[in-house]
Design a binder for this molecule. Structure first.
Ligand code: LLP
Length: 418
């Protein structure tokens, strides 16, 4: 459990805010985040890297609300971005471009140009073809693109197949045995400057073994690349550290970093600038989705608890069969019933939780926990449902950080044909 989320009496609080009261004030579905919880999640990364040149680049795809980005920018973080849209967002939140790394297998020329103009710190390049295009874009813009190659270490992150990225069969990164040749090519290209090396093996990783294996593979490469006369300044270890959704036991970030640093130092790489790209572990357990119970629908095979949030608001259960805890925002005296908690969207895959014991009545509110990462940022407008409002609690005060989307906004850019 999070120290920021707890029942006080019968009511569920995030910091000093009753979630039921926030729901009354701002409506539902409602995302609520704790800024203190985000900063508390960042602290072990900062502690783990203290005393060394480093940059924690928040992987903003996990939650890209401007106020979230602002929180991390003010805390000194850099950012890992994967699109031109994310670049505009993070600049709008006040981040410095020179702390931004640009990842992704399919960067367009237009995105490269914009990132070069803004002056991003580094492009994490994922193929030889991308090296050629990026060099050309940089020459055209009369700039130099600092690059690292994202290498695919071919280790099994032991996580869900959809979020495992460091295996040979994945689309990500440059194969280990092609990396040296790709670095050689990069040094020949006029628009590029080799800055470092990068690796990211997957997400929701709950043991340190895959990280250590990947690190060893990457350090082998670093040694052969430098033996070939190509200097590498930084080492980017990627993101991927898991969080507790139910009974997982992921290592703490500082404990994981201590293990990695011990290996890095032992192999004589302790002088390098270190970068990490955590997303989920910084925000996942800092947020909840509050939703109102609309109807209870008892049945022979299943009882359904129909709530006003749906797969368009939170698609991790529908997409990955992800388990996310669901709790009543106000405890009732009566006994619980086992429900499938489902939304109003017209799909059988529209569920938030299966076989959950809940004591609720229509009009009550429930909170989906661990909903700070990959929830709002993956929301859609399916069924022409406006996206939820977002609130950030800062020092006990609730701030509306995103308005609820209104129906008219959903078809504003569309046209009838005359
Ligand atoms: N760096 C790169 C290059 C990435 O692709 C990702 C995530 C991260 C960093 C951050 O990983 P994290 O620390 O958040 O695990 N939608 C899925 C997760 C997709 C992760 C994609 N890449 C989910 O809801 O579980």
């Amino acid at each position: 459990g999070s120290p920021f989320l707890a029942y006080r009496g019968k009511e569920l609080f995030l910091e000093d805010c009753s979630l039921d009261e926030l729901a009354q004030r701002f409506g539902t579905p409602l995302y609520v985040y704790s800024q203190a919880a985000m900063l508390a999640a960042l602290a072990p990364y900062q502690r783990g890297l203290a005393g060394r040149p480093h940059l924690v680049c928040y992987a903003m795809k996990a939650n890209s609300n401007l106020a979230v980005l602002q929180t991390f920018a003010r805390a000194g973080c850099g950012f890992d971005i994967v699109s031109g849209g994310e670049l505009e967002r993070v600049l709008a939140a006040g981040a410095d471009a020179d702390k931004v790394v640009f990842s992704g297998v399919g960067k367009t020329r237009a995105e490269m140009h914009r990132a070069l103009d803004a002056g991003v710190l580094c492009f994490n390049v994922e193929s030889e073809a991308e090296l050629e295009v990026l060099s050309q874009a940089a020459v055209d813009a009369r700039r130099t693109a600092r690059i690292s190659l994202r290498v695919n270490p071919d280790v099994d992150a032991q996580t869900h197949a959809y979020i495992s990225t460091g295996l040979k069969g994945n689309k990500f990164g440059i194969a280990h045995d092609q990396a040296l040749a790709a670095y050689r090519r990069a040094t020949e290209l006029p628009g590029l400057e080799v800055a470092g090396i990068d690796c990211h093996i997957g997400s929701q990783i709950t043991t340190s073994g895959p990280y250590l294996d990947a690190l060893d593979r990457v350090l082998d490469l670093v040694e052969s690349i430098e033996a070939a006369g190509i200097a590498l300044h930084h080492l980017d270890l990627g993101g991927g550290l898991g969080i507790v959704y139910t009974d997982e036991q992921p290592p703490a970030a500082d404990a994981l970093l201590a293990q990695l640093l011990q290996r890095i130092d032992a192999r004589g790489h302790g002088h390098r600038m270190l970068m990490v790209e955590p997303g989920r572990s910084l925000v996942g357990n800092a947020g909840v989705l509050v939703s109102e119970v609309l109807y209870l629908k008892p049945g022979e095979a299943k009882n359904f608890c129909i709530v006003d949030a749906a797969m368009n608001d939170l698609m991790r259960p529908a997409m990955y069969e992800a388990f996310m805890r669901i709790e009543a925002c106000r405890l009732r005296g009566h006994g619980a019933t086992v429900y499938d908690v489902v939304g109003p969207v017209c799909e059988s895959g529209d569920w938030l939780g299966r076989d959950r014991a809940l004591a609720v009545e229509p009009g009550d509110r429930v909170a989906v926990l661990s909903a700070g990462a990959y929830c709002m940022s993956m929301a859609s407008n399916y069924n022409t449902r406006g996206r939820a409002a977002e609130v950030m609690v800062v020092g006990g005060q609730a701030h509306l950080v995103r308005d609820r989307e209104q129906p008219s906004e959903l078809f504003r850019g569309e046209r009838l044909i005359d």
